[in-house]
Design a protein around this ligand. Structure first.
Ligand SMILES: CSC[C@@H](O)[C@@H](O)C(=O)COP(=O)(O)O
Length: 350
């Protein structure tokens, strides 16, 4: 970890340890998962969340599962492993990193047709470790490229949590902020609280405080008036899935921030590793949007805040059309318009 906050996920012996993000920042509780199904549950209930962190958790669930599969022969092992891959992949639908990670891990099986079960288990574990380590490297590179777009003394607005907690470490949008702050300690950050799960209030504010980066928490509905008062110089957010044309799914409310930024001439950047890009989806209209339990809207930490039985909608993500995005900061550089071309080129790079 780069500052004092705990890492979101790590191996503790043969178990997967997950920092339970549902109870942060007031409790630092570790969930020890000894079975892959426990990791899947932690992804579904958002004990671990953020697209890259969910991808890493998926890979670790598969590594854990590979050691637990009871199989008398390699064929049975592979059949059961494919079933586990499906379960893991379906844990959350919107973030691309999860299916990307599952496919990376599954490629170990495809690439080693003659390997016996113990060798496959070892190779799968190694692949999961590689995915975790690569995510940290990608975030450091995103920070290095991204700091260039942050003006001196900038007031940066970010949304949801795209920090160390949402990745293997360091963060994407927060990685850009960390890298910029290391060179210019006069920058300041506005973190939007991010209803209904409050990733901004609970997680981004906590992480930035740990890193001693000046942060001011705002309600989501004050973004417009803050921009109107020239209070924001640049917006940097993370992403859950980026279509081939640059349309970007991110936490619900990101689209509103992008439209406001456009109206107020504030540059709006997305920071994400290439594992978030889904080149099979031509534009944002085909991105699957997770619908979550309406109780997250009608209740606040288990307490009802709305009239009993009122209907509530709870889409977890929205899509920002590419026209509102100034650039996509990746580990191989900042992608600019036309995104179709720059994305295709970035995906070809090694
Ligand atoms: C580097 S994380 C980028 C995104 O995953 C993040 O902004 C986000 O939308 C997280 O949503 P969540 O529902 O908390 O998993």
């Amino acid at each position: 970890m780069f500052e004092k906050c705990l890492p979101p996920i790590y191996w503790d012996g043969d178990a997967v340890a997950i920092l339970d993000q549902r109870v942060l920042p007031h409790q630092e509780k570790i969930l020890l998962c000894t079975k892959p199904q426990q990791v899947v549950t932690a992804i579904k209930n958002m004990s671990i969340r953020g697209a890259p962190a969910v991808g890493v958790a998926g890979a670790m669930a598969l590594a854990l599962g590979a050691y637990h599969i009871q199989a008398a022969d390699t064929r049975t092992f592979k059949r059961k492993f494919v079933r586990l891959c499906e379960q893991v992949k379906n844990a959350r639908p919107t973030g691309n990193n999860l299916s990307w990670a599952v496919e990376k891990v599954y490629s170990v099986i495809q690439g080693n047709p003659d390997a016996e079960v113990p060798e496959l288990q070892e190779l799968i574990r190694r692949k999961a470790d590689e995915i975790l380590a690569q995510d940290v490297q990608d975030n450091l590179a995103i920070g290095k490229w991204g700091k260039e777009i942050i003006p001196r003394g900038a007031k940066i607005l970010t949304y949801c949590n795209a920090g160390a907690l949402a990745t293997a470490d360091y963060g994407t949008a927060v990685g850009v902020i960390r890298a910029a702050y290391a060179e210019d300690p006069t920058i300041e950050v506005y973190a939007c609280e991010t209803r209904p799960f409050l990733q901004g209030a609970r997680l981004t504010a906590y992480e930035l405080q740990c890193a001693r980066i000046p942060v001011t928490l705002i309600t989501d509905n004050s973004v417009g008036s803050l921009m109107q008062a020239n209070g924001v110089d640049v917006v940097v957010v993370g992403a859950d899935r980026i279509a081939a044309n640059g349309d970007t799914a991110n936490k619900i409310g990101t689209y509103t921030v992008a439209v406001l930024a456009h109206t107020h001439n504030v540059p709006f950047y997305v920071a994400a590793p290439r594992s978030t890009i889904d080149p099979t989806i031509p534009d944002g209209s085909a991105i699957p949007i997770e619908q979550r339990d309406p109780r997250e809207v009608t209740h606040f930490f288990g307490r009802p805040i709305a009239p009993k039985e009122v209907k509530a909608l709870n889409p977890a993500f929205d899509v920002t059309p590419n026209k509102y995005i100034h650039g996509i900061i990746t580990e191989v550089g900042i992608l600019r318009k036309p995104f179709k071309q720059s994305i295709r080129k970035a995906l070809q790079e090694s």
